[in-house]
Design a protein around this ligand. Structure first.
Ligand code: M5T
Ligand code: MG
Length: 579
């Protein structure tokens, strides 16, 4: 948890001011009972109205000072903790942006949301509690003991009995409640994750009429949370009466012993009253220290989860080469003859490091600049995995991938990805207008460029048919568009940047055959000289490719053009006949 403290650094002035101001408040709090004692002892008992008046003014002044201190402390503590939380959230967000697909597979989207919101909130609260309550409680605790001792050393012996008693009780309580609160946090996480899962897949839930099942699942998670919460609340509920009982027992003892002293004249009445107040303050401070401890343990789980994200290095290591100097246009890092060439050399790849069987096994091929390569194979064969290695969404476990004749590991990621355009299998659109979605990778694109890309992707006509055309707003995931429309917008997005290498991962699966054929023709016109990889399920989608790679179970089992494969590959013939 200490690790996170560096995010408090920019706010160290506020983080320092808060406890200092709290000191002021506590000192004033500690003065009050003594002032009161003076009023009783020297004013009330002696009938000195002047003294009462004077002391009252002092009391009011002390109260105002205390109030100002308290308010100031709250202000700075909030400032520091909110600043801390904001910076921490920013740091987390920046970290997540550096993650490669491999790390994103590990933290699914849902848990990252919880970590960035709820967990940061918990830790932020803790910082605030720390800056206010921890100082307050510990100062009040020790200060009250000292003040009580100053009034009557003999009576202070009460502490010798009451403090250990309180301590034992608190210890027992905390050792029970801390694990309970941990469980509670875990249960709450479970509720959150069930909820998130459900919301992500709510359409499927509805389509399969699984709402009843989901309701039960959620109810169970929610009830478990409730039960543990109830247990914790019960524990806290007995806490208060017992504390009050112990406190009252203490006060009775003090009155018993102290009362005798006042009769004997050893202790003034007012001082006895003040003494009782100090004892109460001490014990209350102890309880509140216990609470702080509980808060720390609650925030521990959150801070662990935050640190886990912050400490996860990106598996994608950028090459150590000097960045391109500003001003020079991103120069191709290879001779132009190899521009657009892709080569796989004995590539092995698996999603789990050191895990079971690799997904890609010894894949080697060479795609020359300007070639169109079809990739065919049954589902789960490894087609997406293969193409994802080209823009370095993942790194191969063995072997190497070369783009433009250079190992992708030695090309700066930004440069590589500006050259390798990929339309992912799952079309993802963002909230915003259609225009924004198409120019996502090139924000300064002109309307003409956008339209040309949309035309090539056969998207222009349907976009025009919307009353607002390119300004049509689409929901967070483009809910108002059909699957095929979404796919075509994704293609337009990739085309806009005119990448030297274009990958279409099953990108026309939801588009009818005629439109698909038109897109293919348009692509050929637009991407003269670009290397294209087209993954498809239908042979017709790749039949006119220069070369087709047939993938089976992570291996290239055949390659050649349509005519060649019809002769040489049995697998290919099987697929052809089945269609
Ligand atoms: C190939 C496994 C999957 C399959 C194999 C995405 C992903 C896949 N796999 C994982 O273990 N973890 C993952 O995150 O890898 O998968 P693919 O490359 O996606 O197959 P495909 O593109 O040929 O299939 P499809 O259905 O898109 O045509 O065994 O279990
Ligand atoms: Mg796929």
């Amino acid at each position: 948890m200490v690790k996170l403290l560096r995010y408090l650094k920019p706010y160290r002035a506020a983080a320092l001011a808060a406890p200092l101001l709290m000191v002021l408040e506590v000192v004033m709090d500690l003065l009050q009972p003594s002032l009161m004692a003076s009023i009783v002892n020297d004013g009330v008992m002696k009938g000195d109205l002047g003294h009462i008046g004077l002391m009252s003014i002092w009391m009011i002044l002390a109260a105002v000072c205390g109030l100002l201190g308290g308010m100031g402390c709250a202000y700075y503590a909030i400032r520091a903790s909110v600043g801390f939380g904001t910076d921490l959230r920013n740091a987390l967000f920046r970290k997540v942006q550096t993650f490669a697909f491999r790390e994103l597979d590990r933290f699914s989207g849902g848990t990252l949301v919880t970590r960035l919101t709820n967990d940061v909130m918990q830790v932020q609260m803790l910082v605030q509690i720390f800056l206010r309550m921890l100082i307050r409680s510990s100062m009040l605790f020790f200060g009250s003991i000292v003040m009580a001792f100053l009034i009557s050393p003999k009576l202070s012996l009460v502490f010798a009995v009451s403090l250990p008693l309180f301590f034992i009780f608190l210890y027992a309580l905390l050792s029970k409640s801390i694990p309970l609160y941990r469980t509670l946090q875990a249960k709450l996480d479970r509720v959150n994750s069930v909820l998130q899962e459900n919301l992500n897949g709510i359409r499927v839930v509805k389509a399969f009429v699984r709402a009843a099942f989901e309701k039960v699942r959620f109810k169970r998670a929610n009830e478990e949370n409730y039960e543990v919460g109830l247990k914790a609340a019960r524990l806290l509920a007995i806490n208060n009466p017992i504390m009050t009982l112990l406190l009252n027992a203490c006060i009775v003892c003090i009155l018993w012993i102290g009362g005798a002293q006042t009769w004997e004249g050893g202790l003034a009445i007012g001082s006895l009253a003040a003494f009782i107040t100090y004892v109460t303050q001490t014990l209350n401070a102890m309880v509140s220290l216990g609470n702080t401890l509980m808060n720390i343990s609650r925030a521990k789980a959150s801070s662990d989860r935050i640190i886990e994200v912050l400490d996860t290095p990106s598996s994608m290591v950028e090459p150590a080469t000097a960045p391109l100097t500003a001003g020079t246009p991103s120069a191709p890092s290879a001779p132009s003859a190899l521009y657009g060439q892709v080569e796989f050399r004995h590539v092995f790849f698996g999603y789990e490091e050191g895990g079971e069987e690799p997904v890609l096994k010894d894949v080697s091929f060479l795609a020359k600049p300007g070639e169109t390569i079809g990739i065919l194979g049954s589902t789960g064969a490894g087609k997406s995995s293969l193409v994802n290695l080209m823009p370095r969404l993942y790194d191969p476990t063995e072997g190497s991938v070369l783009v433009n004749g250079v190992d992708v590991k030695s090309i700066p990621l930004e440069e590589l990805r500006s050259q390798v355009g990929i339309v992912l299998q799952q079309a993802v659109l963002f909230g915003g207008t259609i225009r924004d979605n198409i120019r996502y990778g090139k924000p300064d694109a002109s309307q003409d460029e956008i339209e040309a890309a949309a035309r090539a992707a056969e998207a222009h006509d349907f976009i025009q048919s919307f009353p607002e055309g390119y300004d049509t707003q689409i929901g967070q995931r483009g809910v108002t568009l059909s699957g095929g429309q979404k796919q075509r917008i994704s293609i337009a997005r990739a085309l806009l940047a005119r990448p030297g290498i274009l990958i279409l991962d099953d990108s026309t699966s939801a588009v009818d055959l005629r439109t698909e054929a038109r897109i293919r023709t348009a692509l050929r016109d637009r991407l003269q000289g670009s290397t294209c990889f087209i993954i498809a399920q239908r042979i017709s989608s790749v039949a006119d490719a220069d070369r087709i790679l047939v993938i089976e179970d992570g291996r290239i089992v055949a390659q050649g053009n349509h005519a060649e494969l019809m002769v040489s590959s049995e697998v290919y013939r099987d697929i052809y006949e089945s269609q």
